[in-house]
Design a protein around this ligand. Sequence first.
Ligand code: PLP
Length: 285
Amino acid sequence: MQVPSPLTELRDERLRARAVRLYLKRDDLISPDLPGNKWRKLKYNLIAARERGHDTLLTFGGAYSNHIRATAAAGARFGFATIGVIRGEEHRPLNGSLSQAVSHGMRLTYMDRATYRRKTDPDVLDTLAAEFGDFYLLPEGGTNTLALRGCMELPAEIAPDFDVLCCACGTGGTLAGLAAGLRPGQRALGFSALKGGEFLANDVRRLQIEAFGAETGNWSIDFGSHFGGYAKRTPELDTFVADFRERHDVALDWVYVAKMLHGVFTRVDAGEFPEGSAVVAVVTG
Ligand SMILES: *Cc1c(COP(=O)(O)O)cnc(C)c1O
């Protein structure tokens, strides 16, 4: 695990034109199997699972979930059996994401969409326990109080002074944790990867209250950078990714990170960061 992850400053004329400094916090380099926010979110959950004597992790996700893949890798690395409960029907052959999970020893089981919607109801969990025995439950996307504690550690790894910390949002757990690790005067800015993600603001507040007893009030969410919705792409986004690779030799994850960085550059171009600002964008995967 490469923690602290590297921090690099981008040289880019769009930034120079607005006198904004932009750093990338390269959490994608933490580990090839367990990158980014998924590692940060798992860390204290793995410690808790071990302390409570569990030897099996069970979690939920869609067929392309980064969290499913990361949980499988974490199980293999730290000695837990893993069970992935996948939304919907089984499709053969398995996609790359699920085959990777299986290659790390994860057992997959499939849940119809109606049951999946109530997957944490006691009767559904009882059925899973009857089938798989005792397990430590990681929620979908890995977001819970302990996940926030892991993400909260990131800001202290950033040596230069900065004003705004940006990240992509799926469940909002990463944003909720990062914001709690900021110093007074700093702000966090999330970019929703979901269309209609306005519910995220409530979720982030609720998560912070659960984890820290209060909301931190130092964050906001941009809802205008989802490019049509979760895992949707457009030619404009593809061009941004290709151009970014050309300029900076970084291949961006397009589901989350590219949409966030596109949103950051849109704000830079619009002069929304005051001259002299320093912005850090977290490359979460
Ligand atoms: C899962 C994921 C996110 C979303 O994180 P949340 O804590 O669910 O908001 C962002 N970026 C990447 C690369 C991810 O894999």
